[in-house]
Design a protein around this ligand. Structure first.
Ligand SMILES: Cc1cc2nc3c(=O)[nH]c(=O)nc-3n(C[C@H](O)[C@H](O)[C@H](O)COP(=O)(O)OP(=O)(O)OC[C@H]3O[C@@H](n4cnc5c(N)ncnc54)[C@H](O)[C@@H]3O)c2cc1C
Length: 404
């Protein structure tokens, strides 16, 4: 494995989804010669960024998460300056449901406390308020909710395109798609990263492989303990064009095989105008490995969602259309948060390998790119990532963790 001068970089980013693109964007803006390698094509629909829209929301049950989302806003504003295409449609976030439920997203009361502690304005709602103002119907009278006005639908496709356009234009960034990384070795003072296009040398590595995390981490001798959700999604035709929904999430206890957690989006002009997206926030069968995924959505998950649309939403035809799947790796952390850390100690030169693995990161794209570039170039970041530096718990020597 040899690398010519033109194949030598300050940093090599492995994984060309939005987080890898955002890392390359931030690295190049700090003057680092950066190579970004993607195994498929840019904008592929095979990882965690399938589909087009993601929720931007400030409510979280943990105060540090609320703070981090707030801190992401200036980074979104800065990225927005690079494109005339709006990256978000601000419609607010509605969280509602059974106040006693603690779901994978958290709990409504805890989120209210965290919002208060961070001085984020929101409105508390009764079931009647939710029905009157947000077009839901036949909710149990015990349901409560909160509305936070800064929530938005993110145009993820436009976000990726904006980052990609910047990176393509930057003299400091080299981009290769159709370039799966198949081997990583350390030799003569640099990481040697092999792809079918050739072998490249980099002083630092930033690993952002999405749900394929373990196939990349395995090249360095470690794995992350993760579970994989192949999530079903569908669009529902609006029968009342005058109705606009906010981004929303409903907290409910599972009923039998029905996980009973759903979330939805407003109508947006970039994604099937005339329809809105409603999806289940559960999977009936988590996977042990990305290899177990299929591109066909689970029909039962779609049916549970359609039934909920029929029973509790207005102005929609309750027939799922334009269905799709999206694969996400989730850590085994309580609320399935992000893992942002260096490679574990047993990996040679681990302090030069920055890793992002698992979690719901759409809302953090530009901020996370910035944090990863801080870690790669400075070895630290001023942002509080202490809750995500969980490698010591969730990274294992390859072969030691059965279900990851
Ligand atoms: C259904 C669903 C709904 C979601 N909703 C939200 C939401 O509402 N709000 C929110 O904040 N987040 C949400 N998320 C999470 C968010 O979409 C992801 O966190 C984000 O898109 C991850 O981007 P990424 O760049 O890390 O991963 P990906 O987009 O998966 O990119 C990783 C890339 O690495 C490449 N790669 C892997 N291995 C190699 C290799 N060996 N060599 C080269 N390249 C490689 C892959 O091909 C892939 O393109 C959702 C996720 C899903 C699935």
């Amino acid at each position: 494995m040899t690398a010519s001068r033109k194949d030598q970089f300050d940093t090599i980013v492995v994984g060309g989804g939005p987080i890898g693109q955002a890392a390359a964007y931030s690295l190049s803006r700090r003057g680092a010669r950066t190579l970004l390698l993607e195994q498929f094509n840019f904008g592929n629909q095979l990882g965690s960024s399938a589909g087009v829209s993601r929720q931007f929301r400030i409510p979280y049950p943990e105060r540090y998460m609320v703070k981090l989302v707030k801190q992401s806003i200036p980074f979104w504003d800065e990225l927005q300056l690079r494109t005339p295409v709006p990256l978000m449609k601000k419609v607010g976030t509605l969280w509602f449901g059974d106040p006693s439920v603690h779901s994978t997203e958290g709990n409504i009361g805890q989120a209210e406390k965290a919002l208060k502690a961070e001085n984020v304005p929101y409105t508390s709602l009764t079931a009647k308020d939710i029905e009157r103002e947000y077009h839901f119907r036949d909710l149990p009278s015990t349901y409560t909710g909160l509305f936070q006005a800064d929530g938005a639908s993110i145009d993820l496709k436009a976000t990726i395109q904006t980052l990609l356009d910047w990176n393509r234009a930057s003299p400091l960034v080299t981009l290769h798609d159709e370039a799966p990384v198949t081997e990583i070795r350390w030799r003569d003072g640099a990481f040697r990263v092999r792809t079918p296009l050739g072998t490249f040398a980099g002083k630092k590595l930033v690993l952002t492989p999405g749900p394929f995390a373990n196939s990349v981490f395995g090249l360095l001798g470690f794995r992350v303990a993760a579970t994989y959700w192949n999530m079903a999604s569908a669009f529902y035709k609006k029968t009342r064009p005058d109705i606009q929904y906010p981004t929303w999430f409903v907290f409910q206890n599972p009923v039998g095989a029905n996980g009973n957690q759903f979330y939805g989006f407003p109508e947006v002009d970039w994604n099937y105008p005339g329809y809105i997206r409603v999806a289940s926030d559960f999977v009936m069968q988590p996977l042990d490995s990305p290899a177990g995924r299929t591109l066909v959505p689970n029909p039962k998950e779609l049916a549970f969602t359609a039934q909920w649309v029929r029973d509790h939403m207005t102005g929609l035809e309750p027939v799922p259309q334009f269905t799709s799947t999206c694969l996400v790796a989730l850590s085994k952390l309580a609320n399935k948060e992000l893992i942002v850390d260096f490679a574990p100690d047993h990996v040679p030169h681990h302090e030069d390998i920055v890793v992002y693995a698992t979690g719901w990161a759409g809302k953090f794209v530009p901020l996370l790119g910035h944090i990863l570039s801080d870690l790669a170039l400075d070895g630290k970041t001023p942002f509080d990532i202490s809750h995500f530096q969980m490698g010591r718990v969730y990274f294992h020597k390859a072969g030691k963790e059965k279900s990851a």
